[in-house]
Design a protein around this ligand. Structure first.
Ligand SMILES: [Zn+2]
Length: 547
């Protein structure tokens, strides 16, 4: 399978060719943890979650690192306000971040490094830059000297004047050039600081990613990602630091950036008061609907996040769950991995690896039974540890697997590789620079095909495709129960079913007044009905819905 990616540095779509297919290296800039993350922070997490799912299917090995920035002026200020050490504050919000991302079914990275665990590596990197003449010391600061790097600007394609304007550079008397940026700065006694050859201080922001990449992934990596707002100055500075310290030509072979996110047409900003944290949104909408909205726009395009978009996502998911409900008694076919791998264009040795690990067939999780077990396992480990990685998920998996029915259960069942068996045309849409709007259209086509011709194979293909996208993870029973414990609490499932039976009988008897009255009674109790050709199905509504 040939994955095509749009590379920001060259400005072109390029076939993705990793340096070593047995160990693809990928780094994405993670959150600064001083508060709950906002929905804009969730976009790169979900975009790169999807990309890494595709890479894990295609390649034998992936090392995906996403950092936690736990030293920063905002963290210092928040920790001072609360009178707690920065590490304590950072770990609290890192846990909250993991909980929120687990609710969006985003898998963890393989490595989740914390900046303050890498101060020694940052100091070594700064020493290399000083030794090579790319940095200088002035008044307790160490600065990167931008004119020493002839390639500076290679990523952002900006002129020197644009760069100076874009960086909103601080004019400081100790700077040799106004574009020079801070690698290390002195810390007064009341702020966190570390001993260094330049006195007690703390790192500039950009140096942490370069140091963590070199420590965990190497001097040149395959893929580097993040939000579009990071292109300049953050990623430009990461390249300058890395290439100048190591004497390399390339810092990352491919640069990927996701577009901006707006809230109901407006840029999200503190002054507009339209900051939406993921945590707050999750009290009103299912995490799966939030994820769905994030996938509706192509990752490089702007995305408008609104109540309407969320309501549409809930409706789209309703249609998919209604399809599953109609096919609830149908078994899920076991997908032949050799035939599937050949159809999606995996390399023969990759197909051999998959069959040796998972056996000749793969049965995707039947979402009519309950929540996806991998998503469930992730939700249980997310709040337990400050850094959450795929290794934590691997460790937690056997206990979850032991509770599952056949063919999913058993302590010896390996952690599923999500998306095995996904429809080849859906995989092809994603391999084409992660075209998620096209992939969602395929998902709805697959649901239509299952409705038209209910077969175990059609059901397996829909489930596997949803699994690759990280959708249908709530599972049918929980989706129908809705997110609002109070909605319809006065009516038990039996009472609801009895009213629906009475309504069906009234409709058959052409007593439409009675049928409408029952529908209204249920609506008032927060129960939504949908009439399908296989009968009427119901679910409790989510809090913000105004259906
Ligand atoms: Zn970074």
């Amino acid at each position: 399978m040939q994955i095509i990616l749009h590379d920001t540095l060259t400005g072109s779509d390029r076939p993705f060719l990793p340096h070593d297919p047995n160990r693809v290296t990928c780094y994405v800039c993670g959150p600064t943890v001083y508060h709950y993350v906002h929905i804009g922070n969730a976009r790169p997490v979900v975009v790169f979650d999807l990309l890494t799912r595709l890479l894990r299917l295609t390649y034998s090995g992936l090392s995906y690192a996403r950092n936690i920035t736990d030293v920063d002026d905002k963290i210092n200020a928040a920790a001072q306000r609360e009178g707690v050490p920065i590490r304590q504050l950072a770990e609290r919000y890192a846990r909250a971040f993991h909980e929120d991302m687990a609710a969006l079914a985003a898998l963890p990275p393989d490595i989740e490094p914390f900046a303050t665990d890498h101060i020694a590596a940052m100091i070594r990197l700064i020493e290399q830059l000083l030794a090579r003449g790319h940095a200088y010391e002035a008044q307790g600061h160490v600065l990167f000297h931008v004119p020493s790097d002839p390639n500076y600007g290679i990523l952002s394609h900006r002129s020197r004047d644009e760069m100076l304007a874009g960086a909103r550079v601080e004019v400081a008397p100790y700077k040799k050039d106004p574009a020079d940026f801070v690698l290390w700065k002195p810390s007064p006694p009341e702020l966190p600081g570390w001993d260094s050859p330049w006195g007690r201080g703390r790192p500039g922001w950009h140096i942490e990613c370069t140091a963590m990449i070199a420590t965990h992934l190497g001097q040149t990596i395959d893929l580097h990602g993040g939000g579009q707002d990071l292109i300049f100055p953050h990623h430009e500075n990461e390249i300058a630091q890395g290439c100048c310290a190591h004497g390399t030509d390339h810092f990352a072979r491919y640069w990927l950036h996701n577009g901006y996110l707006t809230i109901a047409g407006e840029k999200m900003s503190k002054s507009l008061g339209n900051f939406r944290t993921v945590r707050e949104l999750l009290t009103h909408y299912p995490g799966e609907a939030i994820r769905y909205v994030l996938l509706t726009a192509h990752y490089r395009k702007p995305l408008d996040f609104s109540a309407e978009a969320l309501t549409q996502a809930v409706r789209a998911l309703d249609r998919l769950y209604a399809t599953l409900h109609a096919a609830a008694t149908l078994p899920v076919a076991a997908i032949d991995l050799t035939a599937w791998g050949t159809a999606v264009g995996l390399a023969p040795h990759r197909i051999a690896e998959l069959t040796s690990r998972f056996g000749p067939t793969y049965t995707p999780w039947d979402a009519t039974l309950g929540p996806h077990p991998v998503a469930e396992a992730l939700r249980t480990i997310a709040p337990t540890t400050a850094a959450v990685t795929m290794a934590h998920l691997q460790t937690a998996w056997p206990a979850h697997a032991a509770t599952l029915p056949a063919p999913y259960g058993g302590a010896d069942k390996p952690l599923p590789l999500l998306g095995l068996g996904a429809a080849p045309r859906l995989v092809a849409a994603l391999a084409n620079d992660l075209n998620t709007p096209a992939a969602l259209a395929v998902l709805h086509d697959l649901a239509a095909e299952l409705r038209a011709d209910p077969t175990p194979v059609a059901k397996a293909e829909l489930l596997a495709s949803a699994e690759l996208l990280g959708l249908l993870t709530t599972g049918l029973p929980a989706w129908r129960q809705g997110g609002h414990p109070a909605a319809g609490a006065t009516l038990t499932a039996e009472a609801i079913e009895a009213l629906i039976a009475e309504r069906t009988a009234a409709r058959t008897a052409r007593d439409f007044a009675r049928a409408d009255a029952i529908r209204q009674q249920l609506a008032d109790a927060g129960i939504l009905l949908e009439d399908t050709k296989n009968g009427t199905i119901w679910r409790r509504k989510w809090p913000e819905e105004t259906l």
